[in-house]
Design a protein around this ligand. Sequence first.
Ligand code: MRU
Length: 371
Amino acid sequence: MKVAGQHYRTIWPENGGQMNGSQANGSQTVAIIDQTQLPHHFKTLRVDSVTAMVSAIKTMQVRGAPLIGAAAAYGMALATNVDSDEHALKQAAHELLASRPTAVNLAWAVERMLQVLLPLPESERCAAAWREAAAICDEDVTINQAIGQHGLAMLRTLAKELQRPLNILTHCNAGWLATVDWGTALSPIYAAHDAGLAVHVWVDETRPRNQGASLTAWELQQHGVPHTIISDNAGGHLMQHGRVDCVIVGADRVTATGDVCNKIGTYLKALAAFDNRVPFYAAVPTPTIDWSMCDGLREIPIEERDAGEVAYMSGMAADGSVQAVRVIPAGSAAANPAFDVTPARLVTGIITERGICPPGELQRMIKEANP
Ligand code: MRU
């Protein structure tokens, strides 16, 4: 996607642009967009070790399930710069896996890297690691573009039915900042906008980290997509008054049975959508599906983040400085579960790179059709 007219991915090897993995010589680093600075400052950062990548993931300088997976893959590549023996790779994998628990893309990417690297002679692992991380990134872009096209077909049908511009509600940030490029939930929206379909996006602010207000709104603005930021509590009211035509969200982990784990507050939007007969879609790349799980509520680990994220909000002051202010009484307790699970029964459809299906048909559409 473009920032001020220049094309960016959210993560790239820092060695003269599109470095070929075969050129890896143990000195490559990785560049990321520091998402904690947005929307106020657009800054890129150099990440030069697996420890620095673990920290970037934990502090959410990189975030969003597919991007966390890509960042973890590059974290493994950074580890091979220093040491490619089995013990070192397993130690790097262990540190990356502990950085954030909910998005399954992280474990998926780390396991894929280990599977590719460990059978190779040690001397070949570094080049192979950089090559594999780049492949994971390229695949993510292709997957998200396909999600965009399948979602576009669904939006075209809805627009034809309603004969008016579409109002789409989204929660958190599942745009290009949350992936390598294009996004998941926002990919159909970009595709629709680019195809000339009139769309307007209701952007949930998404407390406590405000990914909607800070990141989704910024992205949509860069792309020229009409949007309005709403408080997290406004969505149900808008749905009751016919002002939302569909909801599209991303996901951090989806079970084989179609339960959708996503940013905290998604479940409440799904309940309101169900009550108001508003179609509710989750846009899900297949690496976000955890085929080992069938009961999202019981099985998916939910990250508990620091209560300080609830107690403090940060923003730009009148003098242009970015400041954090406390918004709760000193001494009050705060809790910060970061994700929730929307049961499959509340989900109209899952948009994947292979097509759209009801949640209960995920396994048939993807696994059985493509064993
Ligand atoms: O805590 P975050 O910002 O990493 O959470 C992100 C989300 O919940 C996204 O909706 C999800 O990862 C899908 S991203 C395409």
